[in-house]
Design a protein around this ligand. Structure first.
Ligand code: 1GP
Length: 245
């Protein structure tokens, strides 16, 4: 079954999903081993692979390394159209619908499309929405866009609605990696109430309490990066929250 079908089936059953973001630039190999071990132990559902830059040319190597050790699905989460690889299972084909940068709405997609057409990757079109997380994040700087203010729930709702109406398959509310404040629960709840496609939430989730609150508010999938990169053991608690939901 394709990943997207699995995700929608899980959503219908009311089950939640946990993805761990691995930035090939940031992770030391020793940490990767530890994280993979814990990911397997905790039954992490997906590894997302990507970052705002990815400068060290390790993308293929990291993907192959993970694949040799486990069969957790590998999903590309690309910061730009150069971060493509056949070695993953799927790609979040991100359109930054909260911003007004044409390159990130459609430009880079045109460049990537022929590669993706030839590739075995499952392409999951995703309405990517940057929400102000209280600090300027790499996504914000690199994308040259303004995030939606955390208090402007109505803008977030209308943006997500438009994304669904345009035929995007998922909505991703992103506070940005290392955000001070994760996406507020009232915004998750309002967006959840407006759309029926799967809702992914990430950025600044550091505690089991926040993870639980985001799930309660209606997130179908949580993405965590920094917190588990710094303290891999946290994955046990986060996955217990997701699985116990
Ligand atoms: C995924 O960018 C996030 O949506 C990851 O954010 O590194 O803050 O967990 P953190």
């Amino acid at each position: 079954m394709h990943l997207y079908e699995q995700l929608t089936a899980a959503k219908q059953r009311g089950e939640k999903r946990l993805a761990v973001l691995i930035d090939p630039d940031k992770l030391r190999l020793q940490r990767l081993e530890e994280l993979l071990g814990l990911g397997i132990e905790c039954g992490v559902h997906y590894f997302f692979i990507g970052g705002s830059l990815v400068v060290n040319n390790m993308l293929d190597e990291v993907l192959s390394g993970i694949r040799q050790r486990c069969d957790i699905p590998l999903v590309l989460f690309p910061g730009n159209s150069f971060q493509l690889s056949y070695k993953a299972d799927a790609i979040l084909f991100l359109s930054l619908i909260s911003g007004r940068n044409p390159e990130l709405l459609i430009g880079q997609h045109v460049i990537a499309a022929p590669f993706l057409k030839m590739s075995p990757l499952e392409v999951i079109s995703t309405g990517y929405m940057l929400i102000d997380g209280g600090v300027q994040t790499a996504v914000q700087y690199m994308s040259n866009t303004y995030p939606i203010p955390a208090g402007k729930t109505d803008i977030a709702v209308c943006t997500a609605l438009a994304g669904e109406m345009l035929g995007l398959k998922t909505i991703y509310l992103e506070a940005g990696s290392g955000a001070l404040n994760p996406v507020p629960e009232h915004m998750i709840e309002a967006v959840r109430g407006a759309i029926s496609i799967p809702l992914i939430v990430g950025g600044g989730i550091r505690t089991p309490e926040k993870a639980a609150a985001s799930l309660r508010a209606g997130a179908d999938m949580l993405v965590v990066g920094n917190a588990v990169e710094k303290e891999p053991g946290l994955l046990r608690e986060l996955s217990a929250v997701v699985r116990g939901y």
